[in-house]
Design a protein around this ligand. Structure first.
Ligand SMILES: Cc1ncc(COP(=O)(O)O)c(C=O)c1O
Length: 391
């Protein structure tokens, strides 16, 4: 399992030597924009992939790998979240966005708008526009430093005819891990309008001590009946290129419709990916525990650094995910990410792509060796304190 010093020892040269979106898109900058970790993956996942190659399991997706994934995921959900799920209701999909597309197309009233709490994971809004759906953005309200759902605004959006709410938990980009009571309150609003929830729980395994992931569909029979849950091993075990994810159908009607209209989506999942996900859920938790402990230290490093050197940057440490959401509005930068790429040599994700509520914010992926993270923080600090002084 990776030790802290092993993760610390990974160098920028090593990272740049492996072709990846994170390290090749901006060759002159340190890449911290895409949600990928710089720590490889768990030994169990690597073994499963080698085994898939060695035994020739490279064909179209078939029953046995799906059954392995279903058993592995239900075991993991029970152990980790206390959530009992019927294995048959765990469906393979190639990725969360494919599950989202199928959900919008087939499990919401035709043409109905979609409620999107913002700031939101970047692709949701353009994706919905491509599907011809109106997006009703609902900016998060603030409770102290925390982002919380604006229930009145969600209520108003459903009253306008929305059919679906996108609930991302743990939340990208804010890092919130919503509490049971918050989910209950949200579910009362959804249920009042007969709406449905797409629960994107891709970051569910990445939650820090002091917080607990509560699967939305597990909250009550009501939430189970109006939710489709999408999850994946891709963030926690760092394998988004393997094209596998899981859709959990706790609603009988949705399961029936899925069976009738959406099984083509299942065939887009990759056999080695499905086997790797099974291995991650079955035998990857020790690796994950070490990585989470490291990430916990890294999120503290970010918070401590900002408090000490950049107190004008608004920041609430993430409760889950390995994303730091930084409020740079005080610096009045026209295009913060472009400015930081030019002046700090650091490539971050642009909050503006998360909706108007993200304007003036940037998202930093902190799942990188701590020496690299320190370099990122130092560069950003130097740029903001020297180049922006008096601005
Ligand atoms: C909240 C959220 N949903 C979905 C995705 C994309 O998942 P996938 O690659 O499975 O489509 C990401 C990737 O970062 C994400 O953060």
């Amino acid at each position: 399992m990776p030790t802290e010093s092993e993760l610390d020892a990974i160098t920028l040269d090593q990272l740049r030597a492996v072709p990846s979106e994170k390290w090749s898109t901006y060759p002159d900058a340190i890449g911290a924009f895409v949600a990928e970790m710089d720590f490889g993956t768990a030994p169990a996942v690597r073994r499963a992939l080698h085994d898939a190659v060695d035994t020739g399991q490279l064909g179209y997706l078939s029953g046995p790998p799906v059954a392995r994934m279903q058993e592995a995921y239900t075991g993991f959900a029970k152990r980790r979240f206390g959530w009992s799920v019927d294995p048959e209701r765990v469906r393979p999909v190639p990725d969360v966005l494919a599950a989202f597309e199928a959900t919008v197309r087939h499990l919401t009233p035709e043409g109905s708008p979609v409620v999107l709490p913002t700031p939101a994971y970047m692709p949701f809004a353009p994706f919905l526009h491509d599907l011809g759906r109106e997006v009703i953005p609902v900016p998060f309200a603030r409770d102290g430093g925390r982002s919380v759902h604006d229930l009145d605004a969600v209520d108003a959006a459903f009253a306008r005819g929305a059919g679906l709410l996108v609930l991302v938990n743990p939340h990208n980009p804010t890092g919130r891990v919503f509490e049971r009571a918050e989910l209950e309150a949200l579910s009362a609003v959804v249920a009042r309008h007969g709406g449905r929830v797409f629960a994107d729980e891709i970051h569910a395994p990445l939650v820090y001590a002091g917080h607990a992931h509560v699967p939305y569909a597990s909250v009550s029979p009501t939430t189970a009946a109006h939710t489709v849950t999408a999850t994946s091993a891709s963030k926690a075990w760092n394998v988004p290129g393997l094209k596998a994810a899981q859709l959990v159908l706790t609603d009988d009607d949705a399961a029936e419709t899925w069976q009738r209209r959406c099984t083509w989506t299942e065939h887009l999942a990759a056999t080695p990916g499905v086997l790797a996900h099974a291995a991650a859920y079955d035998a990857g938790e020790d690796w994950l525990a070490d990585v989470l402990a490291y990430l916990d230290g890294s999120r503290r490093l970010v918070a401590d650094h900002l408090a000490a050197h950049l107190p004008e940057v608004g920041h609430t440490p993430p409760e889950g995910t390995y994303l730091a959401w930084l409020d740079l509005r005080r610096y009045a930068l026209d295009r913060p990410t472009a400015w930081l790429r030019e002046h700090a040599g650091v490539a971050l994700a642009d909050g503006r792509h998360c909706g108007a509520a993200g304007d003036g914010f940037v998202r930093l992926t902190l799942a990188t060796p701590r020496p690299v993270l320190r370099e990122i923080l130092d560069r950003v600090t130097t740029a903001l304190t020297t180049e922006r002084r008096g601005a």
